[in-house]
Design a protein around this ligand. Structure first.
Ligand SMILES: [Zn+2]
Length: 425
């Protein structure tokens, strides 16, 4: 399946030239329907007059496009509110959350999560369950995910309107086909997780597999702390450290999709061996093992040991507070380089970095102030994620909407034809 960015090109194309051919007109109409549905998906209750202002299309064209989406059941209109202006209020357009849904799944190290998300971003179902470390073989993980999918009723109740499946994986993922090349903290190499999931679920649906932090960046950008910020860096940690970079409103992927692996920037040449095989990567100074090392825990104490460090810090333990400050110092050191390279407006600290933020922020800010170029430093704000641990899962959901948002009418026609066949069979 072609991998396309969720938001793609949202430019509205105007059919103003009389030289357009019939085929071109169809393309223009498809693109305009796509752009309007994308906008409604992300911005609930947009008024028709706002669409006129946004698109530059005239009122009757906007009315016609919205009318077609409404006829297909993808949006509904409600009477607008009178805001003191003369004339009739403009109706507002809403996505119909039940008409089309996606399934999102996330195999993390310490947990598995599944969500069913409707058009417009309505979360119909979301469940996350803890799992013990070390039980992460691909086969058992897929089976556990499938059990979870059934537990939330995703197949029984939503299969008839499902657009696709989005997977958030803590892995290096080939963008062209979602193939997982390496997931060091899960112990996976060379894995077609998409095919395994589709076969285990018995659902013939498009699957998009994305890197966890890339997915988190997408979700925070579209619906979280990064809304309105087109140049942002998202950082995430569980065991390892992941990063997602959005520049100019587009995710930075590199040639094959392997870009943005900020956890493996070398920050300490004399440092420890990293899960990737290199030495002194950023992950070895701000990842889970580093926190535990700074806090005086030997070996891999896992999640319970991390929770103990948090509890100790909350109780004011100087050792625990020093450990977080050390993570903060290295966090600021690495961030200074990222800020100098990318000149982001926002850094969003996701998942466990968000939980650490109250304890790490002072040391992080100090280091960032000392090392980043002043011009870039002055323009960047560092914030905790708004979507929390579910950001990557919700980002995976967003990418799964792509086939519908790219060509709404084609999706509806194919979907309704298949549904009709299923009824007569
Ligand atoms: Zn590394």
């Amino acid at each position: 399946l072609p991998q396309t960015h969720l938001w793609g090109d949202t430019t509205i194309v105007q059919a103003s030239s009389s030289a357009l051919t019939g085929a071109n007109l169809e393309t223009v109409r498809r693109d305009n329907l796509s752009a309007i549905l994308r906008h409604v998906h992300l911005h609930p209750a947009t008024s028709r007059s706002a669409f006129v202002a946004l698109t530059g299309l005239n009122r009757s064209t906007v009315g016609d496009l919205v009318g077609e989406l409404a006829e297909r059941g993808l949006v509904r209109e409600s009477p607008g509110e009178r805001l003191g202006q003369p004339g009739r209020p403009s109706p507002t357009v809403h996505a119909v959350a039940d008409r089309a849904v996606v399934l999102a799944v996330e195999p993390a190290v310490d947990s598995l999560a599944v969500a069913v998300v409707g058009l417009g971003g309505t979360i119909h179902e979301l469940v996350r369950v803890d799992r013990p470390r070390g039980h992460t073989s691909p086969e058992s993980t897929v089976q556990d995910l499938v059990d979870l999918v059934h537990r939330v009723g995703a197949v029984a109740r939503y299969a008839d309107r499902m657009v696709g499946i989005g997977v958030s994986a803590m892995a290096i993922v080939r963008r062209s086909d979602g193939f997982i090349l390496l997931a060091p903290n899960l112990g996976w190499t060379d894995l077609a997780l998409d095919r395994m999931l589709v076969e285990a679920l018995g659902m013939d649906l498009p699957v998009t597999v994305g890197n966890e932090a890339d997915m988190g960046a997408v979700a925070e950008h579209l619906r979280g702390a990064g809304q309105g910020s087109d140049d942002l860096i998202y950082l995430s940690t569980e065991v390892g450290v992941g990063g997602g970079v959005i520049i100019g409103g587009q995710p930075l992927a590199g040639l094959a999709g392997f870009g943005g692996e900020v956890g493996h920037i070398a920050v300490n040449p004399e440092g420890r061996i990293c899960s990737c095989g290199s030495r002194g990567c950023w992950e070895t100074e701000i990842g889970e093992l580093a926190l535990l090392r700074y806090a005086g825990h030997g070996g891999d104490g896992g999640r319970e040991a991390v929770d103990a460090v948090f509890a100790a810090a909350e109780a004011g333990s100087p050792t625990a507070l020093r450990a977080f400050a050390e993570v903060g110092r290295w966090l600021g050191l690495g961030l200074a380089s990222l800020v100098n390279i990318f000149n982001p407006g926002l850094v969003v600290l996701g998942t466990r970095f968000a939980r650490m933020h109250p304890f790490t922020q002072d040391a992080m800010q100090r280091e960032l102030d000392a090392r980043a170029l002043r011009m870039a430093r002055d323009l960047v704000t560092v914030v905790a994620s708004r979507l929390g641990v579910d950001a990557p899962l919700l980002g995976a959901a967003e990418t799964a909407f792509a086939p519908l948002l790219r060509d709404p009418i084609a999706w509806v026609e194919r979907h309704d034809r298949l549904a009709g066949q299923a009824r007569t069979a």
